[in-house]
Design a protein around this ligand. Structure first.
Ligand code: B12
Length: 441
Protein backbone atom coordinates (compact mmCIF):
# COMPACT_ATOMS: atom_id res chain seq x y z
CA UNK A 1 0.00 0.00 0.00
CA UNK A 2 1.29 3.45 -0.85
CA UNK A 3 2.30 5.90 1.90
CA UNK A 4 -0.24 8.17 3.53
CA UNK A 5 -1.38 11.02 1.33
CA UNK A 6 -0.79 14.55 2.57
CA UNK A 7 -4.53 15.11 2.95
CA UNK A 8 -4.37 12.68 5.85
CA UNK A 9 -1.73 14.52 7.82
CA UNK A 10 -4.36 16.58 9.62
CA UNK A 11 -5.85 13.40 10.90
CA UNK A 12 -2.99 12.26 13.16
CA UNK A 13 -3.02 15.01 15.82
CA UNK A 14 -6.79 14.71 16.10
CA UNK A 15 -6.41 10.97 16.54
CA UNK A 16 -3.83 11.48 19.28
CA UNK A 17 -6.28 13.64 21.23
CA UNK A 18 -9.15 11.28 20.66
CA UNK A 19 -7.27 8.15 21.56
CA UNK A 20 -7.31 8.93 25.27
CA UNK A 21 -11.10 8.82 25.27
CA UNK A 22 -11.78 5.91 22.96
CA UNK A 23 -11.72 2.16 23.40
CA UNK A 24 -9.12 0.06 21.65
CA UNK A 25 -9.74 0.14 17.91
CA UNK A 26 -12.71 2.40 17.96
CA UNK A 27 -13.14 4.67 14.97
CA UNK A 28 -12.83 8.23 16.24
CA UNK A 29 -15.86 10.48 16.01
CA UNK A 30 -16.12 12.84 13.07
CA UNK A 31 -16.49 10.00 10.58
CA UNK A 32 -20.27 10.14 10.42
CA UNK A 33 -20.33 11.03 6.74
CA UNK A 34 -18.24 7.96 5.90
CA UNK A 35 -20.60 5.71 7.82
CA UNK A 36 -23.60 7.18 6.02
CA UNK A 37 -22.08 7.01 2.55
CA UNK A 38 -20.74 3.46 2.98
CA UNK A 39 -24.16 2.35 4.31
CA UNK A 40 -25.83 3.89 1.27
CA UNK A 41 -23.31 2.30 -1.07
CA UNK A 42 -23.86 -1.18 0.38
CA UNK A 43 -27.61 -0.62 0.21
CA UNK A 44 -27.27 0.13 -3.50
CA UNK A 45 -25.34 -3.13 -3.97
CA UNK A 46 -28.10 -4.97 -2.12
CA UNK A 47 -30.69 -3.30 -4.31
CA UNK A 48 -28.96 -4.47 -7.51
CA UNK A 49 -31.05 -7.45 -8.63
CA UNK A 50 -28.33 -8.62 -11.05
CA UNK A 51 -25.97 -9.51 -8.17
CA UNK A 52 -26.32 -12.79 -6.31
CA UNK A 53 -27.51 -11.94 -2.79
CA UNK A 54 -24.61 -11.95 -0.36
CA UNK A 55 -25.08 -12.46 3.40
CA UNK A 56 -21.86 -10.48 4.03
CA UNK A 57 -23.57 -7.37 2.63
CA UNK A 58 -26.67 -8.03 4.71
CA UNK A 59 -24.60 -8.30 7.91
CA UNK A 60 -22.89 -5.01 7.07
CA UNK A 61 -26.25 -3.33 6.54
CA UNK A 62 -27.62 -4.66 9.81
CA UNK A 63 -24.59 -3.52 11.82
CA UNK A 64 -24.81 0.14 10.89
CA UNK A 65 -26.92 2.84 12.43
CA UNK A 66 -28.46 3.91 9.10
CA UNK A 67 -31.25 1.71 7.80
CA UNK A 68 -33.69 1.26 5.00
CA UNK A 69 -35.82 -1.35 6.72
CA UNK A 70 -37.99 -2.21 3.73
CA UNK A 71 -35.00 -2.70 1.42
CA UNK A 72 -33.26 -4.80 4.06
CA UNK A 73 -36.40 -6.92 4.39
CA UNK A 74 -36.51 -7.47 0.63
CA UNK A 75 -32.84 -8.40 0.61
CA UNK A 76 -33.42 -10.96 3.37
CA UNK A 77 -36.22 -12.45 1.26
CA UNK A 78 -33.77 -12.80 -1.64
CA UNK A 79 -31.27 -14.49 0.67
CA UNK A 80 -33.97 -16.88 1.84
CA UNK A 81 -34.74 -17.68 -1.79
CA UNK A 82 -31.15 -18.86 -2.24
CA UNK A 83 -30.46 -20.51 1.11
CA UNK A 84 -33.92 -21.96 1.85
CA UNK A 85 -35.39 -22.24 -1.65
CA UNK A 86 -38.07 -24.59 -0.48
CA UNK A 87 -38.97 -24.96 3.15
CA UNK A 88 -40.80 -28.23 2.57
CA UNK A 89 -39.46 -31.43 4.11
CA UNK A 90 -38.41 -32.58 0.60
CA UNK A 91 -35.40 -30.38 1.12
CA UNK A 92 -33.95 -32.97 3.47
CA UNK A 93 -33.58 -35.15 0.41
CA UNK A 94 -31.39 -32.58 -1.37
CA UNK A 95 -27.93 -34.00 -1.85
CA UNK A 96 -25.34 -32.92 0.74
CA UNK A 97 -23.13 -31.29 -1.93
CA UNK A 98 -25.93 -29.12 -3.25
CA UNK A 99 -26.51 -27.48 0.09
CA UNK A 100 -24.51 -24.44 1.15
CA UNK A 101 -21.20 -25.40 2.74
CA UNK A 102 -20.08 -24.53 6.27
CA UNK A 103 -19.14 -20.90 5.64
CA UNK A 104 -22.14 -19.90 3.55
CA UNK A 105 -24.61 -21.63 5.85
CA UNK A 106 -22.98 -19.94 8.85
CA UNK A 107 -23.22 -16.52 7.17
CA UNK A 108 -26.88 -17.14 6.37
CA UNK A 109 -27.58 -18.12 9.98
CA UNK A 110 -25.85 -14.96 11.17
CA UNK A 111 -28.05 -13.02 8.74
CA UNK A 112 -31.18 -14.62 10.21
CA UNK A 113 -30.12 -13.66 13.72
CA UNK A 114 -29.26 -10.13 12.57
CA UNK A 115 -32.85 -9.93 11.27
CA UNK A 116 -34.22 -11.17 14.64
CA UNK A 117 -35.80 -14.02 12.68
CA UNK A 118 -37.88 -16.47 14.69
CA UNK A 119 -35.65 -19.52 15.09
CA UNK A 120 -38.26 -21.62 16.89
CA UNK A 121 -39.47 -23.28 13.70
CA UNK A 122 -38.67 -26.73 12.28
CA UNK A 123 -36.94 -25.12 9.24
CA UNK A 124 -34.71 -22.97 11.44
CA UNK A 125 -33.86 -25.96 13.66
CA UNK A 126 -32.97 -27.92 10.53
CA UNK A 127 -30.50 -25.21 9.47
CA UNK A 128 -28.80 -25.28 12.87
CA UNK A 129 -28.63 -29.08 12.79
CA UNK A 130 -27.19 -28.89 9.29
CA UNK A 131 -24.46 -26.52 10.45
CA UNK A 132 -23.63 -28.84 13.37
CA UNK A 133 -23.38 -31.71 10.90
CA UNK A 134 -21.06 -29.70 8.65
CA UNK A 135 -18.84 -28.87 11.62
CA UNK A 136 -18.77 -32.50 12.67
CA UNK A 137 -17.59 -33.49 9.17
CA UNK A 138 -15.01 -30.68 9.19
CA UNK A 139 -13.68 -31.95 12.53
CA UNK A 140 -13.54 -35.57 11.30
CA UNK A 141 -11.56 -34.45 8.27
CA UNK A 142 -8.93 -32.83 10.47
CA UNK A 143 -8.38 -36.32 11.83
CA UNK A 144 -7.45 -37.80 15.13
CA UNK A 145 -3.81 -36.73 14.91
CA UNK A 146 -4.91 -33.09 14.69
CA UNK A 147 -2.49 -32.59 11.84
CA UNK A 148 -4.91 -32.39 8.95
CA UNK A 149 -7.06 -29.61 7.62
CA UNK A 150 -10.85 -29.27 7.73
CA UNK A 151 -12.96 -29.99 4.66
CA UNK A 152 -13.22 -26.34 3.68
CA UNK A 153 -10.76 -24.24 5.67
CA UNK A 154 -10.28 -22.90 9.20
CA UNK A 155 -11.85 -19.55 8.28
CA UNK A 156 -15.14 -21.33 7.59
CA UNK A 157 -14.68 -23.58 10.61
CA UNK A 158 -14.40 -20.47 12.82
CA UNK A 159 -17.36 -18.87 11.06
CA UNK A 160 -19.45 -21.99 11.72
CA UNK A 161 -18.66 -21.96 15.43
CA UNK A 162 -19.32 -18.23 15.58
CA UNK A 163 -22.76 -18.64 14.01
CA UNK A 164 -23.77 -21.40 16.44
CA UNK A 165 -22.55 -19.32 19.36
CA UNK A 166 -24.33 -16.14 18.21
CA UNK A 167 -27.56 -18.16 18.15
CA UNK A 168 -26.86 -19.35 21.70
CA UNK A 169 -26.60 -22.95 20.48
CA UNK A 170 -24.22 -25.35 22.14
CA UNK A 171 -21.44 -26.71 19.96
CA UNK A 172 -19.73 -30.07 20.40
CA UNK A 173 -16.75 -29.37 22.70
CA UNK A 174 -14.55 -31.59 20.51
CA UNK A 175 -15.27 -29.28 17.59
CA UNK A 176 -14.20 -26.30 19.73
CA UNK A 177 -11.10 -28.11 20.95
CA UNK A 178 -9.95 -28.79 17.39
CA UNK A 179 -10.01 -25.09 16.58
CA UNK A 180 -8.28 -24.21 19.86
CA UNK A 181 -5.63 -26.83 19.14
CA UNK A 182 -5.10 -25.56 15.60
CA UNK A 183 -4.75 -21.98 16.86
CA UNK A 184 -2.34 -22.99 19.61
CA UNK A 185 -0.15 -24.94 17.18
CA UNK A 186 -0.16 -22.23 14.48
CA UNK A 187 -2.13 -24.38 12.03
CA UNK A 188 -4.73 -21.83 11.01
CA UNK A 189 -2.59 -20.33 8.28
CA UNK A 190 -1.91 -21.54 4.78
CA UNK A 191 1.47 -23.32 4.43
CA UNK A 192 2.44 -22.21 7.88
CA UNK A 193 1.97 -18.56 6.87
CA UNK A 194 -0.21 -16.56 9.23
CA UNK A 195 -3.69 -15.82 7.85
CA UNK A 196 -4.92 -12.79 9.78
CA UNK A 197 -8.45 -13.22 8.35
CA UNK A 198 -8.58 -16.76 9.74
CA UNK A 199 -7.06 -15.80 13.10
CA UNK A 200 -9.56 -12.96 13.45
CA UNK A 201 -12.53 -15.18 12.55
CA UNK A 202 -11.39 -17.88 15.00
CA UNK A 203 -10.74 -15.14 17.58
CA UNK A 204 -14.31 -13.81 17.20
CA UNK A 205 -15.62 -17.36 17.67
CA UNK A 206 -13.47 -17.84 20.80
CA UNK A 207 -14.55 -14.48 22.21
CA UNK A 208 -18.20 -15.40 21.68
CA UNK A 209 -17.80 -18.89 23.18
CA UNK A 210 -16.06 -17.35 26.19
CA UNK A 211 -19.29 -15.49 26.99
CA UNK A 212 -21.44 -18.64 26.86
CA UNK A 213 -22.33 -20.07 30.22
CA UNK A 214 -22.84 -23.74 29.39
CA UNK A 215 -19.25 -24.88 28.80
CA UNK A 216 -16.93 -26.34 31.48
CA UNK A 217 -14.62 -23.82 33.22
CA UNK A 218 -11.46 -25.52 31.84
CA UNK A 219 -12.67 -24.69 28.36
CA UNK A 220 -13.17 -21.09 29.44
CA UNK A 221 -9.52 -20.91 30.46
CA UNK A 222 -8.37 -22.27 27.08
CA UNK A 223 -10.65 -19.88 25.22
CA UNK A 224 -9.25 -16.95 27.17
CA UNK A 225 -5.68 -18.01 26.41
CA UNK A 226 -6.48 -18.33 22.71
CA UNK A 227 -8.17 -14.93 22.57
CA UNK A 228 -5.07 -13.36 24.11
CA UNK A 229 -2.74 -15.17 21.69
CA UNK A 230 -4.84 -14.22 18.66
CA UNK A 231 -4.85 -10.60 19.85
CA UNK A 232 -1.05 -10.65 20.10
CA UNK A 233 -0.69 -12.26 16.65
CA UNK A 234 -3.04 -9.78 14.98
CA UNK A 235 -1.29 -6.78 16.53
CA UNK A 236 2.08 -8.28 15.68
CA UNK A 237 1.02 -8.65 12.04
CA UNK A 238 0.59 -4.91 11.61
CA UNK A 239 2.42 -3.53 8.58
CA UNK A 240 4.29 -0.21 8.67
CA UNK A 241 1.30 1.34 6.86
CA UNK A 242 -1.02 0.21 9.65
CA UNK A 243 -2.86 -2.75 8.08
CA UNK A 244 -3.34 -5.91 10.12
CA UNK A 245 -1.96 -8.61 7.81
CA UNK A 246 -2.97 -6.79 4.67
CA UNK A 247 -5.67 -4.26 3.95
CA UNK A 248 -8.24 -6.97 3.10
CA UNK A 249 -7.86 -8.77 6.42
CA UNK A 250 -7.91 -5.51 8.40
CA UNK A 251 -11.69 -4.98 8.76
CA UNK A 252 -12.21 -8.38 10.36
CA UNK A 253 -9.06 -7.95 12.46
CA UNK A 254 -10.45 -4.60 13.64
CA UNK A 255 -13.80 -6.24 14.46
CA UNK A 256 -11.96 -8.78 16.57
CA UNK A 257 -9.90 -6.13 18.36
CA UNK A 258 -13.03 -4.07 18.94
CA UNK A 259 -14.77 -7.09 20.41
CA UNK A 260 -11.99 -8.02 22.81
CA UNK A 261 -9.74 -5.05 23.39
CA UNK A 262 -9.96 -2.43 26.08
CA UNK A 263 -6.42 -1.17 26.32
CA UNK A 264 -6.32 2.52 25.67
CA UNK A 265 -2.55 2.63 25.45
CA UNK A 266 -2.26 0.43 22.35
CA UNK A 267 -1.10 2.76 19.56
CA UNK A 268 -1.47 0.10 16.87
CA UNK A 269 -5.21 0.46 16.67
CA UNK A 270 -5.54 4.08 15.62
CA UNK A 271 -2.88 3.44 13.00
CA UNK A 272 -4.89 0.47 11.73
CA UNK A 273 -8.09 2.50 11.67
CA UNK A 274 -6.35 5.26 9.74
CA UNK A 275 -5.11 2.84 7.11
CA UNK A 276 -8.62 1.41 6.72
CA UNK A 277 -10.15 4.84 6.32
CA UNK A 278 -7.45 5.80 3.85
CA UNK A 279 -8.09 2.73 1.72
CA UNK A 280 -11.77 3.54 1.71
CA UNK A 281 -11.13 7.21 0.97
CA UNK A 282 -8.93 6.37 -2.03
CA UNK A 283 -12.10 4.98 -3.54
CA UNK A 284 -10.10 2.33 -5.36
CA UNK A 285 -11.59 -0.63 -3.60
CA UNK A 286 -14.29 -2.51 -5.43
CA UNK A 287 -14.08 -5.16 -2.78
CA UNK A 288 -17.57 -5.84 -1.47
CA UNK A 289 -16.35 -8.15 1.30
CA UNK A 290 -13.92 -5.49 2.52
CA UNK A 291 -16.68 -2.88 2.65
CA UNK A 292 -19.20 -5.23 4.23
CA UNK A 293 -16.80 -6.13 7.04
CA UNK A 294 -15.65 -2.54 7.47
CA UNK A 295 -19.08 -0.95 7.93
CA UNK A 296 -19.64 -2.56 11.37
CA UNK A 297 -16.17 -1.31 12.42
CA UNK A 298 -17.07 2.26 11.41
CA UNK A 299 -20.08 1.86 13.70
CA UNK A 300 -17.92 0.55 16.54
CA UNK A 301 -19.45 -2.91 16.14
CA UNK A 302 -18.37 -6.46 15.43
CA UNK A 303 -20.19 -9.67 14.48
CA UNK A 304 -20.43 -10.38 18.21
CA UNK A 305 -23.00 -7.59 18.49
CA UNK A 306 -25.40 -9.64 16.35
CA UNK A 307 -26.12 -11.79 19.41
CA UNK A 308 -27.77 -8.90 21.24
CA UNK A 309 -29.64 -7.27 18.35
CA UNK A 310 -33.26 -6.45 19.12
CA UNK A 311 -34.36 -4.92 15.83
CA UNK A 312 -36.99 -2.52 17.10
CA UNK A 313 -35.27 0.80 17.69
CA UNK A 314 -33.66 1.28 14.32
CA UNK A 315 -33.50 4.58 12.50
CA UNK A 316 -35.17 4.16 9.11
CA UNK A 317 -34.85 6.32 6.00
CA UNK A 318 -31.47 5.55 4.41
CA UNK A 319 -31.48 6.41 0.70
CA UNK A 320 -29.65 4.43 -1.95
CA UNK A 321 -26.08 5.54 -2.61
CA UNK A 322 -24.02 5.23 -5.73
CA UNK A 323 -21.69 2.28 -5.92
CA UNK A 324 -18.02 3.23 -6.44
CA UNK A 325 -17.24 3.71 -10.10
CA UNK A 326 -16.32 0.37 -11.64
CA UNK A 327 -12.71 -0.51 -12.38
CA UNK A 328 -10.61 2.51 -13.29
CA UNK A 329 -9.57 0.80 -16.54
CA UNK A 330 -13.00 1.55 -18.02
CA UNK A 331 -12.14 5.24 -18.20
CA UNK A 332 -8.59 5.05 -19.58
CA UNK A 333 -8.74 3.53 -23.02
CA UNK A 334 -5.76 5.02 -24.90
CA UNK A 335 -2.28 3.62 -24.11
CA UNK A 336 -1.47 -0.02 -24.81
CA UNK A 337 0.80 -2.04 -22.53
CA UNK A 338 2.50 -5.44 -22.78
CA UNK A 339 1.93 -8.13 -20.15
CA UNK A 340 3.58 -11.54 -20.21
CA UNK A 341 1.51 -14.48 -19.02
CA UNK A 342 3.20 -17.73 -17.99
CA UNK A 343 1.12 -20.76 -16.99
CA UNK A 344 3.09 -23.43 -15.13
CA UNK A 345 2.12 -26.83 -13.85
CA UNK A 346 5.07 -28.22 -11.85
CA UNK A 347 6.83 -30.62 -12.13
CA UNK A 348 6.46 -30.03 -15.89
CA UNK A 349 9.39 -27.92 -17.03
CA UNK A 350 7.69 -26.42 -20.08
CA UNK A 351 4.96 -23.88 -19.42
CA UNK A 352 1.43 -24.79 -20.58
CA UNK A 353 1.14 -21.26 -21.98
CA UNK A 354 3.62 -18.41 -22.38
CA UNK A 355 2.90 -15.25 -24.34
CA UNK A 356 3.25 -11.48 -24.30
CA UNK A 357 -0.18 -9.88 -24.68
CA UNK A 358 -1.10 -6.35 -25.61
CA UNK A 359 -3.90 -4.80 -23.59
CA UNK A 360 -5.19 -1.30 -22.80
CA UNK A 361 -3.46 0.31 -19.84
CA UNK A 362 -5.57 -0.14 -16.71
CA UNK A 363 -6.89 -3.55 -17.81
CA UNK A 364 -7.41 -6.07 -15.04
CA UNK A 365 -5.70 -9.44 -15.00
CA UNK A 366 -9.05 -10.93 -15.98
CA UNK A 367 -9.05 -8.70 -19.09
CA UNK A 368 -5.56 -10.02 -19.91
CA UNK A 369 -6.80 -13.62 -19.63
CA UNK A 370 -9.74 -12.78 -21.87
CA UNK A 371 -7.42 -11.31 -24.51
CA UNK A 372 -5.24 -14.44 -24.28
CA UNK A 373 -8.32 -16.62 -24.75
CA UNK A 374 -9.14 -14.84 -28.04
CA UNK A 375 -5.71 -15.44 -29.61
CA UNK A 376 -5.92 -17.21 -32.98
CA UNK A 377 -3.01 -19.54 -32.33
CA UNK A 378 -3.29 -21.97 -29.37
CA UNK A 379 -5.42 -19.66 -27.21
CA UNK A 380 -5.53 -19.77 -23.43
CA UNK A 381 -8.49 -21.59 -21.95
CA UNK A 382 -9.68 -20.81 -18.45
CA UNK A 383 -12.64 -21.16 -16.08
CA UNK A 384 -13.68 -19.01 -13.15
CA UNK A 385 -16.15 -19.47 -10.30
CA UNK A 386 -18.06 -16.56 -8.76
CA UNK A 387 -17.42 -16.15 -5.03
CA UNK A 388 -18.02 -13.44 -2.41
CA UNK A 389 -14.51 -12.15 -3.20
CA UNK A 390 -15.10 -12.06 -6.96
CA UNK A 391 -14.15 -14.48 -9.75
CA UNK A 392 -11.85 -17.27 -8.50
CA UNK A 393 -9.58 -18.83 -11.12
CA UNK A 394 -10.56 -22.51 -11.18
CA UNK A 395 -8.98 -23.98 -14.32
CA UNK A 396 -6.30 -23.13 -16.87
CA UNK A 397 -5.63 -25.10 -20.04
CA UNK A 398 -8.04 -27.75 -18.74
CA UNK A 399 -6.08 -28.24 -15.50
CA UNK A 400 -8.09 -27.90 -12.28
CA UNK A 401 -8.10 -29.31 -8.77
CA UNK A 402 -10.04 -32.54 -8.45
CA UNK A 403 -12.70 -32.97 -5.75
CA UNK A 404 -10.89 -32.94 -2.40
CA UNK A 405 -7.49 -32.14 -3.96
CA UNK A 406 -5.94 -29.16 -2.16
CA UNK A 407 -4.50 -27.44 -5.20
CA UNK A 408 -5.18 -24.07 -6.80
CA UNK A 409 -3.93 -21.65 -9.41
CA UNK A 410 -1.63 -19.38 -7.45
CA UNK A 411 -1.17 -15.89 -8.91
CA UNK A 412 2.33 -14.42 -8.74
CA UNK A 413 4.09 -11.38 -10.13
CA UNK A 414 7.52 -12.40 -11.46
CA UNK A 415 9.77 -13.46 -10.00
CA UNK A 416 7.82 -14.64 -6.96
CA UNK A 417 5.53 -12.07 -5.28
CA UNK A 418 2.21 -13.50 -4.25
CA UNK A 419 -0.55 -11.14 -5.39
CA UNK A 420 -2.85 -9.77 -2.70
CA UNK A 421 -5.70 -9.36 -5.17
CA UNK A 422 -7.51 -11.67 -7.52
CA UNK A 423 -8.17 -11.68 -11.26
CA UNK A 424 -10.79 -8.95 -11.38
CA UNK A 425 -9.04 -6.47 -9.08
CA UNK A 426 -5.37 -6.75 -9.99
CA UNK A 427 -4.19 -4.23 -12.60
CA UNK A 428 -0.89 -5.32 -14.21
CA UNK A 429 1.67 -2.71 -15.24
CA UNK A 430 3.52 -2.39 -18.55
CA UNK A 431 6.18 -5.11 -19.14
CA UNK A 432 5.06 -7.06 -16.09
CA UNK A 433 5.16 -10.86 -16.04
CA UNK A 434 2.35 -12.72 -14.31
CA UNK A 435 2.95 -16.35 -13.36
CA UNK A 436 -0.01 -18.64 -12.77
CA UNK A 437 1.28 -21.73 -11.01
CA UNK A 438 -0.75 -24.81 -10.12
CA UNK A 439 0.21 -25.22 -6.46
CA UNK A 440 -0.77 -27.12 -3.33
CA UNK A 441 -2.29 -25.20 -0.42
C1 B12 B 1 -9.11 -20.07 2.40
C2 B12 B 1 -8.68 -18.97 1.44
C3 B12 B 1 -8.05 -19.34 0.26
C4 B12 B 1 -7.97 -20.79 -0.22
C5 B12 B 1 -9.37 -21.15 -0.82
C6 B12 B 1 -9.62 -22.62 -1.09
C7 B12 B 1 -10.69 -23.24 -0.24
N1 B12 B 1 -11.41 -24.15 -0.82
O1 B12 B 1 -10.85 -22.91 0.91
C8 B12 B 1 -6.81 -20.69 -1.29
C9 B12 B 1 -5.46 -21.00 -0.62
C10 B12 B 1 -6.94 -21.57 -2.52
C11 B12 B 1 -6.86 -19.19 -1.62
C12 B12 B 1 -6.34 -18.68 -2.79
C13 B12 B 1 -6.22 -17.32 -3.05
N2 B12 B 1 -6.51 -16.32 -2.24
CO1 B12 B 1 -7.50 -16.56 -0.62
N3 B12 B 1 -8.47 -16.62 1.04
C14 B12 B 1 -8.94 -17.61 1.76
C15 B12 B 1 -9.68 -17.08 3.01
C16 B12 B 1 -8.72 -17.19 4.22
C17 B12 B 1 -11.02 -17.73 3.36
C18 B12 B 1 -12.01 -17.83 2.17
C19 B12 B 1 -13.37 -18.38 2.62
O2 B12 B 1 -13.51 -19.57 2.85
N4 B12 B 1 -14.38 -17.51 2.79
C20 B12 B 1 -15.70 -17.86 3.33
C21 B12 B 1 -16.68 -18.37 2.28
C22 B12 B 1 -18.05 -18.63 2.91
O3 B12 B 1 -16.88 -17.38 1.25
P1 B12 B 1 -16.73 -17.83 -0.30
O4 B12 B 1 -16.74 -16.61 -1.13
O5 B12 B 1 -17.64 -18.93 -0.64
O6 B12 B 1 -15.22 -18.42 -0.22
C23 B12 B 1 -14.50 -18.76 -1.39
C24 B12 B 1 -13.68 -17.59 -1.92
O7 B12 B 1 -13.19 -16.81 -0.83
C25 B12 B 1 -12.55 -18.32 -2.64
N5 B12 B 1 -11.33 -17.53 -2.57
C26 B12 B 1 -10.33 -17.70 -1.72
N6 B12 B 1 -9.39 -16.78 -1.93
C27 B12 B 1 -9.84 -16.01 -2.94
C28 B12 B 1 -9.25 -14.90 -3.54
C29 B12 B 1 -9.93 -14.25 -4.55
C30 B12 B 1 -9.33 -13.03 -5.15
C31 B12 B 1 -11.19 -14.74 -5.01
C32 B12 B 1 -11.90 -14.06 -6.11
C33 B12 B 1 -11.77 -15.87 -4.39
C34 B12 B 1 -11.08 -16.47 -3.37
O8 B12 B 1 -12.34 -19.54 -1.95
C35 B12 B 1 -13.41 -19.75 -0.98
C36 B12 B 1 -13.85 -21.19 -0.98
O9 B12 B 1 -14.35 -21.56 -2.22
C37 B12 B 1 -9.90 -15.60 2.55
C38 B12 B 1 -10.09 -14.61 3.68
C39 B12 B 1 -11.42 -13.90 3.60
N7 B12 B 1 -11.53 -12.82 4.32
O10 B12 B 1 -12.32 -14.28 2.89
C40 B12 B 1 -8.65 -15.34 1.66
C41 B12 B 1 -8.72 -14.25 0.60
C42 B12 B 1 -10.11 -14.18 0.01
N8 B12 B 1 -7.71 -14.69 -0.46
C43 B12 B 1 -7.10 -13.75 -0.98
C44 B12 B 1 -6.19 -13.91 -2.06
C45 B12 B 1 -5.43 -12.66 -2.50
C46 B12 B 1 -6.01 -15.14 -2.70
C47 B12 B 1 -5.21 -15.41 -3.99
C48 B12 B 1 -5.49 -14.39 -5.11
C49 B12 B 1 -3.70 -15.47 -3.62
C50 B12 B 1 -2.80 -15.63 -4.87
N9 B12 B 1 -2.04 -14.60 -5.19
O11 B12 B 1 -2.79 -16.66 -5.50
C51 B12 B 1 -5.67 -16.85 -4.35
C52 B12 B 1 -6.79 -16.94 -5.42
C53 B12 B 1 -6.22 -17.27 -6.79
C54 B12 B 1 -7.27 -17.75 -7.76
N10 B12 B 1 -7.09 -18.98 -8.23
O12 B12 B 1 -8.19 -17.06 -8.13
C55 B12 B 1 -7.49 -12.40 -0.41
C56 B12 B 1 -8.39 -11.62 -1.37
C57 B12 B 1 -8.13 -10.13 -1.26
C58 B12 B 1 -8.96 -9.35 -2.23
N11 B12 B 1 -10.19 -9.12 -1.94
O13 B12 B 1 -8.48 -8.97 -3.24
C59 B12 B 1 -8.16 -12.82 0.96
C60 B12 B 1 -9.23 -11.86 1.47
C61 B12 B 1 -7.01 -12.94 2.00
C62 B12 B 1 -6.31 -11.64 2.23
N12 B12 B 1 -6.64 -10.94 3.29
O14 B12 B 1 -5.44 -11.27 1.47
N13 B12 B 1 -7.45 -18.49 -0.68
Amino acid sequence: MAGMGSRWLWFFPILQILISSVQLCEIPSGNGHRVASLSAELLALAHDATREPDPNIYLGLRLTKHHSLEKERLYLERLKGVYQPNNSSDQVAVKYQEQPGTGRLALYLLALRAACHNMETPEAHRLVTQLKLHLHKEKEEIGSENLGQPLTNYYQYGLGLLALCIHGKMADVHVIHRLLHAEEHSRLGIHGKLSVDTEAMAGLAFACLQRATFYPPELGVKLHQSVERVKAKVLQAQTPEGAFGNIYSSPLAAQFLLAVGQSQKEPKCPKGMTSLLQHLEQGDSQDVLFKSQLLPVLNGKSYLDIASMECHTERDGLALGTPSPTAPHATRPSKQIAVQLIVKQPPRKLPLFRRVLTVAQGSSLLDVLNVASREDRAPLTFETKETFSGPFLMALMGVKAQEGERKYWKILRAPSSLLEQGLADYIPQDKETIILRFSPW
